[in-house]
Design a binder for this molecule. Structure first.
Ligand code: GLN
Length: 487
């Protein structure tokens, strides 16, 4: 399959039609998705109809948007006014959104064609997509391994080339970690860069939408289409987004790349460490200057994140009461029973654990000790990054401590799974952008990802550095050969 950038050019110049591109995606989904299970719903009829409409406009010489005819998939916590938006949860199993998320409106205005909704951990809570109430998405590189999460469906769909690009959401690594597990490129923009209107809320001070792609240029092209101010999201920033595609063209030097010892310590798989260190050598060969930085509060990031995120989740998820949306228990004895049983039956185990944790840390007597303290540590983590960015332009780290793990390996030990988020969550706490790009493979043939983080609104620079790296390497071009299982 061509890259999204190439596809858009081919469609615009009438070398191929959007209908052909969409048909190819639908065929790939038909052949591969029974094994990968990346999709919760495929928009067969709707996508073909939308593609034909774009083709007609192009044939008629009309001016079309930058993504005209491009097939794209979106994570199932992004509202579409067609199909369902389930969030991977039984409680929203039948939910049909009456409106589109802002990003969906923007994608459609840009001419993109939405081919389906991707599987995810229930309410985006998890790091493996095993918490979905509906399907078990498998890693296209090894069907015995998880794709990462929570946007595992979106990452796997792009890795298996069922779609050229997809949207995910990232509250604590849910774009970058699955991108690294599946060998694709994924960027979490600065908090506020992309509107969250119509993104089902998990942790509202952390959530951001961003693209998955096979390379940084495709990610730049999609991000450019969805970034910008939206009056319907008061946290979206009233500043125009950059011209990310234009910015890709030249790597601005001098480029100072910061390396923090905190990202290379205990718990890091030696193969991941070696790949990332090798990638840093590539950046050096491109003219980067390496500087040492320190992030002394990084060790508190997991604890801080799991207090802030669960507190916000417990509040956000109060709305699922069996009345407003989705699932309602059968034959309740009274109102209280209806609320309790609907939530008891509708939410999965991990979501209930988060609601309980979050409610506890917000409760009187514990609020100061946990929630307020976590907010203070969050400020310290942000200050660490502010200080680091006084001496460097980007910070490089592994995206995850190891490659994809086997199904079930972490499910009985939630804390071990939380700890695996160590390298990604600090960017959400600080609100800064982060990108994950493929930088190698483990001995077992599983992809390894490198993370680049930058100052607020430095996504243009991150994409530029990622693209420069991809011009010098081939990792991002590798595709899973046949869908295989090694264990
Ligand atoms: N793994 C993290 C969590 O479970 C991050 C999830 C996300 O970014 N949505 O909360």
């Amino acid at each position: 399959m061509q890259t999204a950038y190439e596809l858009c050019r081919a469609i615009r110049s009438r070398q191929m039609t959007s209908e052909q591109a969409v048909t190819e995606c639908l065929q790939n989904i038909r052949t591969l998705d029974s094994q990968v299970e990346a999709f919760l719903w495929v928009n067969e009829q709707g996508a073909l109809a939308a593609a034909r409409q774009v083709d007609k406009r192009i044939a008629g010489g009309e001016v079309v948007g930058p993504l005209a005819g491009l097939p794209i998939a979106v994570k199932d916590n992004i509202c579409t006014n067609f199909g369902r938006t389930t969030c991977g949860s039984k409680i929203l199993g039948n939910f049909e959104s009456p409106y589109n998320a802002h990003v969906v409106d923007l994608l459609q205005q840009a001419g993109a064609v939405i081919v389906g909704k991707c599987n995810m951990d229930e309410f985006a809570m998890g790091s493996s997509t095993e918490n979905s109430a509906f399907a078990k998405t498998r890693n296209p590189w090894d069907l015995g391994k998880v794709p990462g999460g929570s946007s595992g469906g979106s990452a796997a769909a792009v890795a298996a080339r069922m779609v050229p690009v997809a949207l995910g959401s990232d509250t604590g690594g849910s774009i970058r970690q699955p991108a690294s597990f599946c060998g694709v490129t994924g960027i979490k923009p600065t908090y506020g860069r992309v509107s969250r209107f119509g993104l089902v809320a998990y942790g509202s001070s952390l959530d951001q939408i961003g693209p998955f792609a096979t390379d940084a240029r495709d990610a730049a092209m999609v991000l450019q289409a969805v970034a910008g101010h939206d009056l319907r999201d008061s946290t979206s920033v009233n500043e125009p987004a950059g011209d990310y595609l234009q910015e890709l063209e030249t790597l601005r030097l001098p480029l100072k790349v910061g390396i923090a010892a905190e990202y290379f310590g205990e718990g890091l798989d030696p193969q991941v460490k070696a790949s990332v260190l090798q990638a840093i050598e590539v950046l050096k060969s491109k003219g980067a200057e390496i500087v040492e930085v320190h992030l002394p509060h990084l060790k508190y990031a997991v604890a801080t994140y799991y207090i802030v995120a669960t507190a916000e989740a417990s509040s956000n998820l109060a709305r699922y009461d069996g009345v407003h949306y989705g699932y309602r228990t059968k034959d309740p004895s009274d109102y209280i029973d209806m609320y309790c049983s609907s939530r008891q039956e509708g939410f999965g185990q991990e979501v209930k654990r988060r609601i309980m944790l979050g409610t506890f840390t917000l409760s009187s007597g514990y609020y100061d000790a946990y929630y307020l303290k976590a907010l203070k540590v969050r400020s310290l983590i942000k200050q660490d990054f502010d200080t680091a960015f006084e001496t460097c332009d980007v910070v490089v780290s592994p995206t995850a401590p190891g490659p994809a793990w086997s199904f079930g390996q972490m499910t009985n030990d939630p804390l071990a799974m939380y700890l695996a988020d160590i390298y990604t969550i600090s960017a959400n706490l600080a609100g800064i952008p982060g990108i994950s790009i493929p930088c190698g493979f483990s001995e077992a043939g599983l992809p390894i990802g490198m993370q680049l983080m930058g100052k607020h609104f430095a996504e243009g620079l991150l994409l530029q550095v990622a693209w420069a790296y991809q011009q010098a390497t081939e990792w991002h071009k590798k595709q899973p050969q046949g869908i295989s299982v090694t264990v």
